[in-house]
Design a binder for this molecule. Structure first.
Ligand code: SAM
Length: 305
């Protein structure tokens, strides 16, 4: 079927197109198409792109966003897991020399790219959004701007601040590397098929003073440990983390470092992770890890992508 027969704004047209091309939709890959052109345009605007920029799109689907990006002269690399969609997109955009498609699971393929992107965006499948964002932050692929559409609840967790009930390890980790902001919400009616939830568009911009790249993997493990039990104080969960990371650290020394680290920030040992902002969590991590923390990463931000 030719592109002229596919109207990205019409669920009926998309359905007919999929049927005629023997393309099946897969629930497993979280396929909901953005059928509202105004929303698609707003997302493109949020990217603040210039011609010639390298843009990565995660999950182009049938290419509704892809077309808008290519028209603006960006060098687009699209990552798509659905091989039926890949074949369709290869045909559709074969006339564009600024279009590259990478087949397969983005979590496995992005590190094969040698050029670092200026922008990353995607209407992310909800089930893998978390893993993809964590992977990019952890392995230092943090371009000047990322724009993701994801479940509103996940967006709220990413932007939550200490004290709120949505504040957890994911939000603390994201905010330790990027300034994260919700730009706008998208109602379910803007998608086909309609998801059961509202979505939000979020923007991630690298912080001026992010957690250093060579400490990130270790720090992320530390944050997950700190938040691992809402019922307990951090001491027990962090001791397990410390024992795994520094087998030679004895419990007395650990307790002393924890007390001192918290005291230097004006907190007592009964404080919970939910009360500490990402900067305070990093100070505490440094107090515990000191110089004996293994550096498990080797590159600076972006060098690995
Ligand atoms: N961008 C299109 C749009 O907005 O209409 C489609 C978005 S749809 C919610 C998610 C897309 O991500 C699907 O095309 C799906 O096949 C793709 N996808 C899901 N998991 C993926 C993964 N791990 N790597 C790459 N693409 C993936």
């Amino acid at each position: 079927m030719r592109n002229t027969e596919l109207n990205y704004d019409s669920p009926a047209s998309i359905r007919a197109f999929l049927e005629s091309g023997n393309l099946a939709m897969s629930k497993r890959f979280g396929q909901n198409f953005l059928v509202d052109r105004t929303v698609r345009e707003r997302i493109v605007q949020a990217l603040e792109m210039e011609p010639g920029m390298r843009v990565w799109e995660i999950g182009p689907g049938l290419g509704a966003m892809t077309a808008l990006i290519l028209e603006r002269g960006a060098l687009l690399t699209a990552f798509e897991i659905d091989y039926g969609f890949v074949r369709f997109l290869e045909g559709l955009f074969s006339g564009y020399d600024n279009f590259t498609i990478v087949k397969g699971d983005m979590l496995k393929t992005w590190r094969t790219q040698t050029e670092r992107p200026d922008r990353i965006f995607g209407n992310l499948p909800y089930n893998v959004a978390f893993d993809i964002i964590m992977d990019l932050l952890k392995y230092g692929c943090v371009p000047p701007r990322m724009v993701f559409t994801l479940q509103k609840e996940a967006a709220r967790r990413m932007t939550a601040r200490p004290g709120g009930k949505e504040y957890a390890s994911f939000g603390a980790i994201c905010s330790s590397v990027c300034d994260v902001r919700i730009l706008f919400d998208i109602g379910a009616g803007a998608f086909w098929p309609q998801p059961r939830v509202t979505s939000s568009v979020i923007q991630l911009v690298p912080k001026k003073d992010p957690v250093p790249f060579d400490r990130r993997r270790d720090f992320f493990d530390f944050v997950r440990a700190a938040f691992s039990s809402r019922r307990k104080t951090m001491r027990n969960s962090l001791y397990l983390w410390a024992r795994a990371s520094f087998p030679s650290l004895d419990e007395g020394e650990f307790g002393a470092r924890l007390r001192e680290g918290l005291k230097s920030m004006g907190f007592g040992v009964d404080i919970r992770a939910e009360a500490l902002n990402p900067e305070e969590l990093f100070l505490l991590y440094r107090a515990l890890a000191l110089s004996d923390s293994p550096c498990r990463s080797t590159a600076s931000d972006g060098a690995s992508c």
